[in-house]
Design a protein around this ligand. Structure first.
Ligand code: PLP
Ligand code: TYF
Length: 396
């Protein structure tokens, strides 16, 4: 049965973790995987989460099966975060939201449902994109193409190229867009870009699939939802996959959601019934713990305020690391201007380092980055930034 099974390639990012863990150098630094580490280099357990967990433990809550679509109070809280408290879409009952196993689970449920709706569609993702986007939509049975996005020379977006590629896709293609804090580049679209993209999607009848895994890490919870809100007002039907892995530092609890914007309450009911069918035949119903914690925090004014403060602290700490990196590299006389790092958003920076330079960082200094030059700025802190910038200056 297994004699002809071939070794599957490792995930290029998660594979780095294994290599990092095996490295015995005490000065090693992991800038590979997209995880937020605090100033002490640890994954934080947020105070708001601790409070909610204490309350949950004290309540001795039973662990029955959840509804297929998850905890209702959680789904509602997700909708408000994405579409805004006063959203007309929510009031009109046009949004379907189901709890999902992280942002990844949301993407997969959405992809499987879309395969039933549009079996012959093409999926388009940004060049570059999160590694898993391509594999995930391919495993749902779609051919996956790229649209131009990142422009290395300007450390910005290739706006004309992107629009041209979106226009050139077959009508009714599925277009995956990073709503904020683009992974891997850190380079985001502005509102003018979003409006232009929206018009192309409308013209070509493409199906937008907004992926938002870092809400709150760019400019703030509301600000980072700008694109989602624009789409909400456009009258288009679209998909949103969202995740609390990063914003609640609950990576292993798998807390995410799939939201689908439909044209009417009646459509929403029918769509929900089909999405539930997809969930039921995959894992029946989602787990309780993570979503109940997130739901208690989002639905309690005190805990929510505490969480927003902590999220703001994470965002500000990343920003200060970006500024420190730019400053230190300039002071060290790096042969390149790194000012663009301060303009990028979210956890990542496409640093412009080549695969050779990344390899030298790893071999000579024990500093791990993705071979594309992506570094996780959220893994820098005041203890390691000096050695990281010195190493970068050296390999340049
Ligand atoms: N989408 C993007 C763009 C991501 O960077 C990630 C990161 O993990 C995900 C989705 C998946 O999120 P989760 O870890 O909640 O599955
Ligand atoms: O891009 C990252 O580093 C995060 C974490 O298959 C991640 O999004 C990476 C790869 C993967 C799952 C999660």
């Amino acid at each position: 049965l297994f004699s002809a099974v071939e070794m599957a390639p490792r995930d290029p990012i998660l594979g780095l973790n294994e290599a990092f863990n095996a490295d015995t150098r005490p000065t090693k630094v992991n800038l590979g995987v997209g995880v937020y580490y605090n100033e002490e280099g640890r994954i934080p357990l947020l105070r708001a989460v601790q409070e909610a967990e204490k309350a949950r433990l004290a309540a001795n809550s039973p662990r029955g099966y959840l509804p297929i679509e998850g905890i209702a109070a959680y789904d509602t809280a997700v909708q408000k975060m994405l579409f805004g408290d006063g959203s007309a879409l929510i009031a009109e009952g046009r949004v379907v939201t189901t709890q999902a196993l992280g942002g990844t689970g949301a993407l997969k449920i959405g992809a499987d449902f879309l395969k039933r709706l549009l079996p012959d569609a093409v999926v388009a993702i940004s060049d570059p994109s999160w590694e898993n986007h391509r594999a995930l939509f391919q495993s749902a049975g779609f051919p996956v193409q790229n649209y131009r996005y990142y422009e290395a020379a300007s450390h910005g977006v290739n706006r004309a190229g992107m629009l041209e590629d979106l226009r050139a896709l077959p009508p009714r293609s599925i277009v995956v867009l990073h709503a904020c804090c683009h992974n891997p580049t850190g380079v985001d679209l502005d509102i003018v870009d979003w409006k232009a993209i929206l018009e192309v999607l409308r013209e070509r009848e493409h199906v937008p699939f907004l992926d938002i895994a870092y809400q709150g890490f760019g400019d703030g919870i509301e600000q980072d939802a700008e694109a989602v809100r624009l789409f909400a007002e456009s009258g288009l039907e679209f998909f949103v996959s969202s995740s609390f892995s990063k914003s609640f530092s609950l990576y292993g609890e798998r807390v995410g959601a799939l939201s689908i914007v439909t044209s009417s309450k009646d459509e929403a009911a029918r769509v929900l019934s089909q999405v539930k069918r997809v969930i039921r035949t995959n894992y029946s119903n989602p787990p309780t713990h993570g979503a109940s914690i997130v739901s208690s925090v989002l639905n309690s004014p005190e805990l929510r305020a505490m969480w927003e403060t902590e999220l703001g602290e994470m965002r500000e700490r990343i920003r200060s690391m970006r500024l420190a990196m730019v400053e230190q590299l300039a002071t060290l006389g790096a042969k390149r201007d790194f000012g663009f790092v301060a303009r990028q958003r979210g956890m990542f920076s496409y640093s412009g380092l080549s695969a050779d330079q990344v390899e030298r960082l790893r071999n000579e200094f024990g500093i791990y980055a993705v071979s594309t030059g992506r570094i996780c700025v959220a893994a820098l802190n005041n203890h390691n930034i000096g050695s990281v910038t010195q190493a970068i200056a050296q390999v340049l």
